[in-house]
Design a protein around this ligand. Structure first.
Ligand code: NAD
Ligand code: ZN
Length: 369
């Protein structure tokens, strides 16, 4: 039986439904929610090749008519060019205000399709069927949508909440191993931010999640979504500079710098950068005397046991501490010339601060490289 996690926000209420085989039941699950039995599916080539027939069959069985738009896989599809092509296609096909957009894929498809839904005719109904672990645990809750620009990632977008999210953990069986592990890093992140019981659960069950154990996967997605939902409900539009959604960036200031340095070419996945970033955030917290060394050791041990990269020196690329510092300073989270960081007092005790001496950051980077 699928698990239903209700998400309650000031202007929206929807369920994240988590289970195996949901793609094949999508028609029946969505029919009661759709304003009109007519949808546009946006997906990418990899997902289409593996999972689209199941979705088509289940929509047909419930007399939901559909059109399918397929984009190239990868971050490059979150672009003005792809956005323009798809919106024109949707308008040309005679879209109506009650046509629902279905995002069927990972976070790239989710962000792109979500932004198309948010902006076309000033807002179309939207459903997420996330097919990567990352998108199931992270991008399916929170309502952020958007595309990239030459000035940086995710700089054009909107908040747009779905009618419903169907997280089918069976889809994860076809996901490349590295992508699965990268998504798992975001689950660990949730525990480390504010849910020590979730981190303990990961220590016991993380291997089962990665081995494809259905119950462990469902439970991991449920816990991570529930945690994110709590944080998001308290700070829906990311207006609080401390606590609130900013905490979700634990490990991300370092992670984004590593990604930016490598240029998003697939050598380093976002979740892999986050795994190293989590370790660095704990290391920096230890160095500043804020966090016990034993907590850092637990984080490193867990990530290492599941074969995640934990140190900059694990990567087949040499980084200069200066280059990484420069990226961090350019990070849009920087305000008043001071670096904003999420640090921690220990497992599940993250907090935001803008009092981090750059020398300490540099020392931690040098020690890790
Ligand atoms: P992705 O969408 O690029 O998917 C990763 C790869 O897996 C792609 O090649 C894709 O084609 C393939 N794939 C997807 N599902 C598959 C399946 N079931 N089987 C086989 N292959 C499959 O990447 P992602 O990691 O899911 O998402 C990253 C994106 O999400 C980034 O653009 C990031 O900015 C965004 N994001 C958004 C939010 C948010 O709140 N909106 C949060 C986190 C990340
Ligand atoms: Zn992330």
């Amino acid at each position: 039986r699928p698990v239903q996690l209700p998400i309650t926000l000031s202007n929206a209420r929807y369920d994240v439904v988590i289970g195996t085989g949901l793609i094949s039941r999508a028609g029946a699950l969505l029919a009661p929610l759709l304003p009109q039995k007519n949808v546009v599916i946006i997906t990418d080539e990899n997902v289409a090749a593996r999972h689209l027939p199941k979705l088509h069959d289940s929509l047909s069985e419930t007399n939901i008519t559909f059109r399918t738009l397929v984009v190239k896989p990868g971050e490059h599809s979150k672009s003005f060019a792809t956005y323009e092509r798809l919106v024109n296609d949707i308008l040309e096909s005679g879209v109506e205000r009650k046509t629902t957009i279905i995002a069927f894929g990972g976070g790239v498809v989710g962000d792109l399709a979500g932004f198309i839904a948010a902006s076309t005719l000033r807002g179309l109904p939207f459903v997420q069927i996330p097919t990567t672990l990352l998108s199931q645990v992270d991008s399916s809750v929170g309502g952020k949508t958007g595309i990239n620009t030459r000035w940086g990632k995710n700089l054009v977008g909107a908040f747009h909440q779905p009618l419903c999210v169907l997280a089918d953990t069976a889809a994860l069986a076809t996901l490349p191993w590295r992508e699965l592990v990268a998504g798992y890093a975001e689950i660990v992140k949730s525990g480390l931010i504010g849910d020590p019981a979730l981190f303990e659960w990961c220590e016991k069950n993380g291997a089962a999640v990665l081995d494809g154990d259905p119950e462990a996967q469902i439970e991991a997605v449920r816990q991570a979504c529930a945690f994110k939902a709590c944080v998001v409900a308290a700070d829906e539009r990311e207006q609080q500079s401390s606590n609130g959604r900013a905490l979700l960036n634990l490990g991300h200031t370092f992670g984004h710098a590593l990604e930016a340095e490598l240029g998003y070419d697939g050598r380093l996945l976002h979740g892999e950068a986050v795994a190293i970033g989590l370790n660095l955030a704990f290391a920096l917290s230890v160095r500043l005397g804020l966090c016990p060394q034993t907590d850092l050791d637990r984080v490193t041990a867990h990530l290492t046991r599941l074969k995640m990269p934990t140190h900059i020196r694990d990567l087949a690329h040499t980084f200069s501490a200066k280059g990484l510092m420069a990226h961090m300073q350019r990070d849009k989270k920087m305000q008043d010339g001071k670096l904003s960081f999420v640090l921690t007092h220990g497992i599940g005790q993250a907090f935001t601060t803008r009092d981090v001496p750059p020398e300490a950051v540099q020392d931690v980077l040098l020690a890790d490289g």
